[in-house]
Design a protein around this ligand. Structure first.
Ligand code: CDP
Length: 784
């Protein structure tokens, strides 16, 4: 139970308006591109027009002669400093600037530095690169064909196969399939898409030759980890590097990897001794930085006659593009994909994933999800619907029959995860009630009689967020804890610094609410700082909805340390023993004599002016929190669609989202997170794909082709919640930021498939565009 604080204190559960919005709404945010340093110069990338080609020569003479050009760096220049390649976050390496050959369209070939960004861009056009085209591999299914071109000549293994990973009990699963009365199969593609944050990636690298200190202003979701990697790879002593992530305009996983542009800007600044800014364009962002998904998945479910599931078998092909630059810190090549048993009680399961190289941009980043969970949730929620349809069972009733039950938690899945807590039926019941499910099914029946198309799609997803724990997660060996440091000033106000980094999630508000909850210092009196490696305690950053489960927990733990010390000071001030004291939000009082009390503000003053002998002065604490487990938020989403038989247009009439992220810090911020994530899920389901033609030309490399939903396309989201606290989190919270992106694609797709199921449609791959639907309707002879 969370004690409710007053609105003035503003602890947990209060819908406080976001502190940071005052500066954002007034245009006073400070993003990397707002950084202007004296003497700053600009970098621009020369990129390959080809997807696969041998680099015959690079001639920079003409470009160098353009007035204002200061330097041009090529792969060969970097090779001299052993920097032509850099390690990726997942045991591969990636070219910084191409040497030998290029492996995807828009790959980085040379870096031009000039006095202004326009000269840099003009000079980049003057760099003459001679290419010899090579056969292009686009289809991941052909990657291991004997006649497929071998893409990575740098590797010892002359194959496009990256990894095979399997988990679960193959034999037991096989047996269940042999004995099963019913089997269902779905082949579903989680298509290549891109986080496309509002702010693209960029940096300002500022090397000071006098102090030998390198300051990097960086669009980084993980500033500390990036500093360590810059130090290890670049050989610069870590204390001489300061990474500052100022305001970040959305990340969604896109700002976890280190990109060639960052490295080139650093090299240019080290060489020239002036600050170098590099900001990528929108197309550069879409075409060359970390893509997401590209999982080609098959799920089979074995069940008995009554629709009780027995076993799940999953086989997946993962297209990683030219380099395996998956930004994921698990030990497993496919990250948390093995959470694919979802919310259901399978006795056995077996999952295998093969990764391959193709001539596409590298990545495999976790776009608003925990390392392949969106793919997993989409697959299982699609497969459950396919099986329910095959059994002619209502998809809600089918789910009810197969959910893991509340008394089974902590629940060990057959693929090895231990879910902390859940009440899946509770969330689904609430969503069904909110949407008016029974009436909608009746309406659908009526509409079908009239030939109208209406669908209802359910997704009852389970998420896994909050990486660590340290035993399973690390980045380059650095364990995935996170941190908080709280300092209470003499007047009772506080500053709190964390190892995470907000990209728009509202951390400046919610962390302050945790301090308010734990110490009774009003949230408005607490300043939150993140993103500066010279001041914040070491942490692994913000992605995978890990801030609340890790740094949020660290904040509570640090605050509790402060409370313990405050108790000693209160006992000293009240001339009693610590045992005689009781805590009530914001003050200690003597048991049985509530008027004899000291507020946290009085105690803070005493911590600097009148503290007991033998106790250190000051009131501050730091905590590094290694969570014992992930947290497992969940929910049920229901989407109602109407389909136009003339145009194939899909209209989302209703969308109900019931989320359970345990105890909530700020319900308004959580609702905002849900709205944003659902809008991204809608885009993935209906609008977005980074496609490639057979020559490896990227399609979807501009916002003309890669569609972003506006207010016009975005439906009204109806949100609700249930609350099942995490038993291992200090204040029972689970992460939430990613749930809507993880849970919603299946709800959208299930709804459209449901609308067309009576026509024999079993599955449609995303993005489900009106054109796709219209063609299906045409094929079925029902276009009006
Ligand atoms: O790591 P990230 O901030 O992206 O994800 P998160 O931990 O799920 O938090 C997203 C936002 O929702 C933060 O401002 C959290 O403090 C807030 N939140 C909350 O108010 N209550 C929760 N139980 C979980 C998150």
């Amino acid at each position: 139970m969370i004690t409710k604080t007053t609105p003035e204190v503003g602890g947990m559960g209060h819908p406080i308006k976001r502190k940071e919005d005052a500066r954002f709404l007034q245009g006073k945010g400070n993003y990397v591109d707002d950084v202007h340093l004296p003497g700053m110069v600009y970098g621009h990338m020369v990129r390959s027009p080809y997807a696969h080609a041998r680099l015959k020569s690079i001639n920079t003479e003409k470009a160098k002669q353009l007035p204002g050009v200061l330097a041009i760096i090529t792969g060969e220049d970097l090779a001299k400093a052993n920097l032509a390649w850099m390690p990726t976050l997942f045991f591969d390496k990636q070219m910084v600037l191409a040497t030998g050959k290029v492996l995807f369209q828009a790959q980085e070939v040379a870096f031009v530095v000039a006095e202004d960004q326009y000269t840099a861009a003009d000079a980049a056009e003057l760099v003459e690169v001679e290419y010899e085209e090579l056969p292009v591999l686009v289809d991941p299914y052909k990657a291991t064909d004997p006649d497929a071109p071998i893409l990575r000549e740098d590797r010892e293994e002359k194959s496009n196969h990256i990894f095979h990973w399997e988990v679960g009990d193959r034999a037991a699963t096989e047996k269940d399939f042999q004995n099963a009365a019913v089997k269902a199969t779905v082949h579903a593609i989680s298509q290549r898409c891109h986080p496309a944050p509002l702010e693209t990636c960029g940096c300002v690298a500022d090397y000071n030759k006098a102090t030998e200190k390198l300051t990097i202003y960086l669009t980084s979701q993980a500033p500390h980890a990036h500093r360590t990697l810059f130090s290890i790879v670049g050989g610069i002593p870590e204390q001489n590097i300061r990474v500052i992530s100022p305001d970040i305009g959305g990340g969604f996983g896109n700002k976890v990897p280190i990109y060639p542009g960052y490295v080139c800007a650093v090299v240019a600044s080290l060489t020239l001794g002036v600050p170098v800014k590099w900001i990528e364009t929108r197309s550069e962002n879409l075409q060359s930085t970390g893509f997401a998904r590209d999982y080609h998945m098959t799920a089979e479910i074995a069940a008995d006659q009554n629709g009780k599931v027995k076993a799940l078998r999953v086989k997946t092909l993962a297209d990683h593009g030219a380099f395996n630059a998956a930004a994921q810190p698990t030990k497993f090549p496919a990250g948390l994909f093995s959470v694919c048993t979802g919310s259901y009680d399978f006795a056995n399961s077996f999952c295998e994933v093969d990764g391959v190289y193709t001539n596409k941009a590298p990545g495999g980043i976790a776009y608003r999800c925990s390392f392949r969970i969106t793919e997993a949730a989409y697959l299982i929620e699609r497969a459950i619907d396919v099986l329910a349809a095959q059994l002619k069972m209502d998809p809600a009733e089918f789910r009810r029959k197969n959910f893991i039950q509340p008394d089974q938690f902590p629940y060990k899945t057959p693929l090895g995860w231990t879910y902390d807590s859940g009440n899946y039926e509770g969330a689904m019941n609430k969503a069904l009630e909110m949407v008016g499910y029974k009436e909608l099914r009746k309406e659908q029946e009526e509409k079908r009689k009239k030939g109208e198309l209406m669908g209802i799609g359910i997704s009852s997803f389970t998420e896994a967020v909050g990486a660590g724990p340290a035993h399973t997660f690390d980045i380059a060996g650095i364990k995935m804890f996170d941190s908080a440091e709280i300092r209470v000033h003499p007047t009772g106000k506080a500053i709190c610094r964390m190892g995470t980094k907000s990209q728009g999630q509202g951390h400046e508000t919610t962390y302050a609410q945790i301090v308010a909850q734990e110490l009774g210092i009003p949230a408005s009196d607490v300043i939150i700082e993140e993103g500066d490696t010279d001041t914040a305690p070491y942490g692994l950053g913000t992605y995978a909805s890990r801030s609340t489960p890790t740094s949020g927990a660290a904040t509570a733990m640090a605050a509790r340390k402060i409370r313990d010390k405050a108790k000693k000071i209160a006992a000293h001030l009240l001339e009693c023993s610590e045992e005689d004291l009781e805590w009530e939000t914001g003050k200690f009082f003597v048991k049985g004599a509530p008027s004899k009390s000291k507020t946290i503000q009085e105690i803070a003053f005493a911590a600097y002016t009148n503290f007991p002998e033998g106790l250190e002065a000051g009131l501050e604490a730091v905590n590094y929190y290694d969570p014992p487990n992930l947290t497992f938020p969940f929910g049920t989403y229901i989407c109602v669609t109407d389909i136009d038989k003339g145009t194939g247009e899909i209209k989302v009439r209703r969308f109900v989202a019931v989320d359970d992220c345990g105890n909530v810090i700020n319900p308004m911020i959580v609702e905002g997170q849900i709205h944003g994530g659902l809008t991204e899920g809608l885009a993935i389901a209906f609008m977005q794909m980074i496609g490639y033609d057979e020559n490896g030309n990227v399609q979807g490399g501009t916002f003309m082709d890669y569609l972003i939903p506006t207010a016009v396309e975005t439906p009204h989201w109806e949100t609700g919640s249930t609350c099942t606290p995490s038993p291992h989190h200090p204040f029972g919270a689970k992460g939430v930021g990613e749930s809507p992106n993880v849970g919603s694609p299946a709800a959208f797709v299930n709804s459209v498939v449901d609308a067309l199921s009576h026509l024999g449609v079993k599955h449609i791959d995303m993005p489900i565009t009106p054109w796709k639907v219209w063609n299906i309707l045409k094929e079925k002879g029902v276009v009006s």
